[in-house]
Design a protein around this ligand. Structure first.
Ligand code: SF4
Length: 367
């Protein structure tokens, strides 16, 4: 989908920080849902500049971090079949299954190629008619339209040597399952531009009302994040529970409708497992029977496991907003970017990786 940019001139970061210092007059706890926001917050050393009463906790919005080892095992098993070319995003390469990763099977001779968009799979399939091109589809609901579009394009063009391992996850049901816990004490959700790409803003509006949360969609620049936080603090002070949208990335109603239609044509929801968080109802997408030719699990007769492998990693706690990386006993000791233990350190969107990178380097100055 194409996006257009609104023409806005936000106030400076210093002005926004001053305003935030002025308006926060009580303890406020905000969940930063998205991994990209968490990385930006670390890059700008924002926690150190915020009012002392404003606490930011992490959320489950890193798709690689929530990928269970059992699903990676299926990617590996299919990737090792003869005549398979696995095509994947760079971030997924190193994520470990119980024994192997896509990177380790590539080192053993399996054909694994890195692509930047699912549509590239179709070119590879056309150029390799004697192979089956398999795309492990990971990501959240925002990635679903482009994957659905690729599957529909393959069907339209009669490309039969392409299929997808469906491991897409939906954030709203997972946030709902976390918010159900009365101890889970947050006042608002900072949401990313990504949720604008499919009309699931309704799901966040529903969460805001159901759990009396003040929520805001904001971009990834420092000024965007600060504006989002100011918006939420003002909502909280007025007792307002809604989703506001400060995003500069807008999609037309036609684009929303087209994305929704494509997703509904290709996928339906099922219960699925999240690493560290367990099985969550209606939180995953699978491919409809009519398009089973494009479902690698059916084609290779391999089921995506719902079993969680035991891992000593603290990632589940961090993604549930119950701690930050320095609370993990392995952080920066046994677990570093060079020698990661868990996916939160391994993924570039992972909060442990962001903490490690930006607490070891000088934070980008805002003044
Ligand atoms: S520091 Fe490493 S072991 Fe600890 S939670 Fe993060 S990724 Fe997991």
């Amino acid at each position: 989908m194409k996006a257009c940019k609104k023409n806005v001139n936000p106030p400076s970061a210093q002005d926004l920080l001053r305003e935030l210092q002025h308006i926060v007059d009580r303890p406020i706890r905000i969940m930063v849902v998205c991994g990209t926001h968490n990385r930006a917050i670390m890059r700008y050393d924002l926690r150190g500049k915020l009012p002392i009463n404003l606490e930011l906790v992490a959320g489950p919005g890193c798709s690689v971090c929530v990928m269970p080892a059992g699903h990676v095992d299926v990617f590996v098993k299919i990737g090792m079949q003869p005549d398979v070319i696995t095509v994947t995003c760079d971030d997924l390469l190193q994520v470990p299954g119980t024994r192997d990763s896509l990177a380790s099977i590539r080192a053993k001779g399996a054909r694994v190629e890195v692509i930047s968009a699912p549509q590239e799979s179709l070119e590879i399939a056309k150029n390799n008619p004697d192979k089956i091109v398999v795309y492990p589809a990971v990501g959240f609901e925002a990635t679903a339209p482009s994957i659905a579009e690729t599957i529909l394009d393959a069907a339209r063009q009669g490309i039969e040597n392409f299929c997808v391992i469906p491991s897409i996850r939906l954030l709203p049901p997972t946030l709902d399952s976390l918010l159900c816990d009365p101890d889970w004490n947050v006042d608002g959700l900072l949401c990313s531009d990504h949720i604008n790409s499919l009309s699931d803003t309704e799901a966040y509006t529903h969460l805001a009302r159901k759990y009396h949360l003040s929520c805001c969609i904001a971009g990834f620049e420092l000024e965007d994040i600060l504006s989002g936080l100011i918006n939420m603090v003002k909502q909280i002070k007025k007792g307002v529970s809604q989703l506001d949208n400060l995003s500069t990335v807008l999609y037309s109603r036609e684009e929303y409708s087209k994305a929704k239609e494509m997703v509904a044509e290709v996928f339906f929801t099922i219960d699925t497992i999240w690493r560290g968080l367990g099985i969550i109802e209606e939180s995953g997408f699978v491919i409809r029977d009519e398009l089973s030719l494009y479902d690698a699990t059916k084609r290779f007769n391999i089921r995506l496991s719902d079993e969680e492998t035991q891992c000593q990693c603290f990632c589940g706690m961090i993604m549930a907003g119950r701690g930050l990386p320095p609370d993990c006993p392995d952080f920066a000791k046994g677990c570093t970017i060079k020698h990661p233990i868990g996916p939160c350190m391994l993924s570039s969107e992972g909060i442990c990786a962001s903490y490690f990178k930006y607490t070891m380097e000088e934070a980008k100055a805002v003044d």
